[in-house]
Design a protein around this ligand. Structure first.
Ligand code: ATP
Length: 267
């Protein structure tokens, strides 16, 4: 282990026995949650609705704080809004009065990046997310998938140390979703940042992640952490044909179905 205080911490994110209860709730939203996300890893979090997936991201972003336990980012406790984290939510949340170019460049403008560098980086990211030709369009002139591409470029352009994505492809149709999943795989292959990705979709978790954190409900706890052994770069079309994919999917599915049966018998 390195003793160099300037060396980046090997864990980008670490939860240690974290419990959080919202005011007025009769039980914690999450209880005794511990896991770590290694630097440069892509981790998916899946679990039933209401099990606390968004709460985990909000804790990592420093928008919520635990009642018990600690959240560490780059080896230090999170004590305020985590300005090194980019957050991509289910809705694109673009500013409707700004063009694609201006929406993507907003974070650089706030950070006072000089105009020339800003324009070059915006142009790079417009190309990366396949929006060349749409630079001067406004959000209302874009499809849902294109808006999502803008929100991903807007999050990645300032090179955050961690990206938190909360079901970013949730509201999209199946084909657009598949295209964006492959685009995200390709982007991540080039950029290699740390990414925590919340999803309800077992396929999506396996396509994208190095590890899948499986959560249980009531209150939210970590049920299992499953490694995804597929090499990168990945092509979704070849992955789905492999027997290993089917095996992993079945492992994940059996975790969920056993949970549903347990809930049914205890209801
Ligand atoms: N601001 C809040 N005040 C009170 N309770 C909340 C608040 N936010 C979330 N909760 C509760 O905490 C629990 C976890 O919510 P959270 O949104 O993290 O779940 P989730 O797994 O992301 O759900 P979904 O998959 O449906 O988005 C739920 O029971 C929810 O009702």
């Amino acid at each position: 282990m390195s003793n160099n205080p300037l060396a980046p911490h090997p864990d980008a994110l670490r939860f240690e026995h974290v419990t959080l209860e919202f005011p007025g709730a009769h039980r914690p939203a999450i209880e005794d949650v511990s896991f770590q996300v290694g630097r440069g890893k892509f981790v998916a979090v899946i679990g039933p609705s209401g099990c606390g997936k968004s709460t985990l991201l909000n804790l990592a972003a420093g928008l919520l704080f635990p009642a018990q336990g600690e959240v560490h980012f780059n080896g230090a406790p999170v004590t305020g809004v985590n300005s090194e984290a980019a957050y991509v939510t289910q809705q694109a949340n673009l500013l409707p009065w700004l063009s694609v170019r201006a929406n993507i460049g907003l974070a650089l403008k706030f950070r006072k990046v000089p105009k020339e560098e800003r324009n070059a980086r915006i142009q790079h990211w417009i190309k990366m997310v396949g929006l060349t030709g749409f630079e001067d369009h406004f959000p209302r002139e874009l499809s849902g998938g294109m808006q999502k591409r803008v929100s991903i470029a807007r999050a990645l352009i300032y090179e955050p140390s961690i990206v938190l994505m909360d079901e970013p492809f949730g509201p999209l149709d199946a084909i657009t979703r598949l295209r964006l999943q492959q685009d995200l795989l390709n982007l991540w292959q080039e950029e290699r940042g740390t990414l925590v990705f919340v999803t309800h979709d077992l396929n999506e978790a396996i396509y994208l992640a190095d590890e899948v954190i499986v959560m249980s409900d009531g209150p939210g706890t970590i049920r299992r952490v499953l490694p995804v052994p597929f090499e990168r770069p990945r092509q979704i079309s070849s992955l789905v044909e492999s027997p290993e994919f089917a095996e992993l999917y079945n492992d994940l599915w059996s975790l969920f179905s056993s949970e549903t049966q347990t809930a049914d018998t205890t209801a």
